[in-house]
Design a protein around this ligand. Structure first.
Ligand code: PXL
Length: 285
């Protein structure tokens, strides 16, 4: 097999290439499926390398049945993807932007941290999935600690929800002011741009998020659509940030576009028999 050589005729119309390293969520609301749909909708070429498979259990309160992908298989996927599209591949639109979703175990965190270190990507967007909606906080402290120690320092952009922002900052978040303080703290810890999400967890008529990158502190606000969380909102928000960064947006522009994308997707959500409806990535069409 011959290797790909740079081809100028490809460059004009060829999309940016982005990778999500994430879990499969079988019903298609969250995880890698939400990421790929978001990537397609925003006009980038999406790749998913799977870390785990989550299948909710309708016979047991929709609990999360979690199966990790074998470590060697995760490493193989990353090897194939970076060889095909990574900086060393010679591909004209090299893969430079990566999203990290659910990793799920300390072993997977080490495997993924190794791949991030080997391939200096310009943009590493971390959705620090500590727990999923409906799960109990603190069920996997070793995984949470490994994520903070090994992946957070490699992130350039991080999108914690209310619970994750409290966990990463060590601060209690009860209102917009404390959400701002948490975003600043998480930036200080990580050096990353931060989009901290209040979502439906903070009281008031608006779903409020806070962006902070060390210079600009901006409150992003949109009217709440109901008071119940929607599956895939966090994944799609981080995936939209990823797509926009890959297309050349600044972190603040990416955050604003992602917020609008998610708001439209929640307004046009898909009803589900699971406890949460699913965000529709085509909602802004
Ligand atoms: O929404 C967080 C999330 C991310 N990734 C996977 C999930 C979930 C929540 O269910 O299953 C694979």
């Amino acid at each position: 097999m011959t290797s790909a050589t740079p081809d100028a005729t490809l460059s004009a119309n060829s999309p940016a290439v982005v990778l999500t390293i994430a879990g499969s969520e079988a019903t298609g609301g969250a995880g890698a499926q939400a990421d790929l749909k978001t990537f397609q909708e925003l006009g980038v070429f999406g790749i998913a390398n799977l870390t785990c498979i989550v299948s909710f259990d309708p016979k047991a309160s929709w609990n999360h049945r979690f199966v990790p992908v074998d470590q060697q298989v995760i490493a193989d996927q990353l090897e194939a993807t970076t060889a095909a599209y990574g900086p060393a591949s010679g591909a004209p639109s090299a893969l430079d932007t990566v999203k990290i979703g659910m990793l799920g175990s300390p072993a997977t965190i080490s495997t993924v941290a190794g791949a991030l270190q080997e391939n200096s990507f310009s943009n590493v967007v971390l959705d620090p999935v500590l727990i999923c909606k409906g799960q109990e906080p603190g069920h996997a402290l070793d995984t949470d600690q490994a994520l903070k120690a090994q992946i957070l320092p490699l992130a350039t952009f991080v999108t914690p929800n209310h619970f994750e922002a409290e966990s990463l900052s060590g601060l209690e978040i009860t209102d917009v002011e404390s959400l701002k303080a948490a975003a600043v703290r998480i930036h200080e810890i990580s050096g990353a741009a931060v989009l901290a999400k209040g979502g439906v967890r903070l009281e008031g008529p608006d779903a409020v998020d806070v962006f902070y990158d060390g210079e600009t502190l901006e409150v992003l606000s949109a009217p709440k659509v109901g008071d119940v969380a929607v599956s895939g909102a966090g994944c799609s928000l981080a995936a939209a940030v990823t797509a926009e960064l890959a297309k050349g947006a600044t972190p603040l522009e990416a955050a604003r576009t992602a917020k609008d994308f998610v708001t439209a997707g929640i307004r046009n959500r898909v009803a589900s028999g699971a406890p949460f409806d699913a965000l529709w990535q085509g909602g802004a069409r």
